[in-house]
Design a protein around this ligand. Structure first.
Ligand SMILES: *Cc1c(COP(=O)(O)O)cnc(C)c1O
Length: 421
């Protein structure tokens, strides 16, 4: 459920007409709903009620500070994967003891940044990384709390580019080697082993892979405890999928996911962390774009938009589907027709949808990509020297620009010309 609904024939974000935002900020732009962000956070928080837990929003999904602050004020922690994300979370007011640091290749500088500013824990991804965290902690005279990310070798049954829990993936250490790695961690004086971390992939649409992974984590926790480790926190990653279309089967609900966590791991009495990103932000955001031209092709018509693959790369990168709707609600019974919906970038990959049925549209009409809140703005670029598009946050009947569109001068002046030219 989200808060982007038609009212009197026009698409709204909460109580604000999309067309009003478009008139104020120009197109294309991203718009997020506060109510939807908070609703999704609360679904997870409630799903773990009765268990000591922290929902750490995976901020790589949508990292604008206004979004972080909205969630942090509701009680969320943050899952970060770089020093930049760490500093952004701090800038948004998130305390270090609510920030967990994930990511496959943390550099010594990044580790130093987090240890200096305060960190809840590092989720360690390899033995060499563990040695570096230990060395930096000793250098700073602190102890770094860690979990080790284990790779449970389960098939997440998701798109290959976002599956992370198979033994062939680069993530974590093989669960079979966990005893050895934990023994090494326990011997390093700069580290304190506090738990286990696992994250098997993104956009999972079934509970079964989670169940297989969490069952393995439960067995591992018992084994590590018997080997003398004080396992008291389990970080279970993110990955619960969202419905990208209204027609297909809905993925499991957070409440079902929470019940599975309690069933597979509840007996251990550990504190639980989860790191949802997509489910919190995905359906809390739209990308709004304008039709520039309608071009008749030989066997199809093209809608050429002012938004492009650099603004929303998911279709080009993951063959992702986004529902696309007209901002002016189509009259009931209007005959739809198929369009290829494309951006202006010089790549055939700059195609958002092929033969998509839409109501008849004209140049100047606004359309909205649904489910664009996660892995949308954060993955955008200035390819073709197209400015990053603005982000807008709606809260009830108010809206605010939370990232401005840069001017062409700002973009161009970022280059520096060497003295010999
Ligand atoms: C990407 C990622 C997440 C979030 O995944 P979603 O599918 O957006 O919920 C959580 N944890 C880690 C370690 C990740 O890499």
């Amino acid at each position: 459920m989200d808060h982007f609904l038609y009212r009197d024939g026009a698409l709204y974000a909460e109580d604000v007409p999309i067309s009003e935002i478009a008139a104020a900020v120009g197109t294309p732009f991203y718009v997020y709903s506060t109510a939807t962000l908070l609703r999704h956070f609360k679904l997870f928080d409630d799903a773990l009620e009765g268990t000591e837990h922290l929902v750490c929003y995976a901020m790589k999904a949508a990292s604008n500070q206004a979004i972080l602050k909205t969630l942090a004020q509701a009680g969320a922690g943050m899952d970060v994967v770089s020093a930049g994300e760490y500093l952004r979370a701090k800038a948004a007011g998130v305390p270090g003891d609510k920030i967990v640091f994930s990511g496959v290749g943390k550099t010594a500088d990044e580790i130093r940044t987090a240890l200096t500013g305060g960190i809840r824990q590092f989720n360690v991804e390899s033995e060499p990384e563990m040695e570096v965290i230990n060395a930096v902690a000793l250098e700073l005279g602190v102890i770094a709390p860690i979990t080790v990310r284990v790779n449970p070798d389960v098939d997440a049954k998701t798109h290959a580019k976002i599956a992370t829990g198979k033994s062939e993936n680069k993530f974590g250490i093989p669960i079979a080697r966990a005893s050895e790695v934990y023994a090494r961690a326990a011997s390093l004086p700069g580290l304190e082993v506090i738990g286990i971390d696992v994250h098997i992939g993104s956009q999972l649409t079934e509970l079964e892979p989670f169940e297989m992974a969490y069952t393995k984590v439960a067995e591992l926790a018992e084994r590590l405890r018997s080997e003398g480790h004080n396992i008291r926190r389990l970080d279970l990653g993110g990955g619960l999928g969202i419905p990208y279309t209204r027609s297909n089967d809905a993925p499991p609900l957070p409440v079902e996911y929470g019940a599975l966590i309690k069933k597979t791991l509840g007996h251990l009495g550990c504190e639980i962390e989860i790191e949802p990103g997509r489910l919190i932000a995905g359906n809390a955001g739209l990308m709004v774009s304008k039709v520039i031209y309608v071009k008749s092709g030989e066997d199809r018509d093209f809608l050429i938009l002012d938004g492009a693959m650099n603004d929303l790369i998911r279709p080009a990168m993951y063959e992702a589907h986004h529902d696309i709707v007209a901002v002016n609600e189509p009259m009931p019974g209007v005959e739809q027709r198929p369009y290829d919906i494309v951006g202006p970038v010089c790549e055939s990959g700059d195609t958002f949808a092929k033969e998509r049925n839409m109501p008849p549209l004209e140049a100047g009409d606004l359309i909205a990509f649904r489910s664009a809140g996660a892995y949308g703005a954060v993955m955008s670029s200035e390819y073709n020297t197209r400015p990053l598009i603005p982000e807008v946050l709606v809260n009830g009947d108010q809206f605010a620009v939370i990232r401005e569109r840069p001017s062409f001068d700002e973009i161009i002046n970022r280059d520096t010309i060497p003295s010999w030219l």
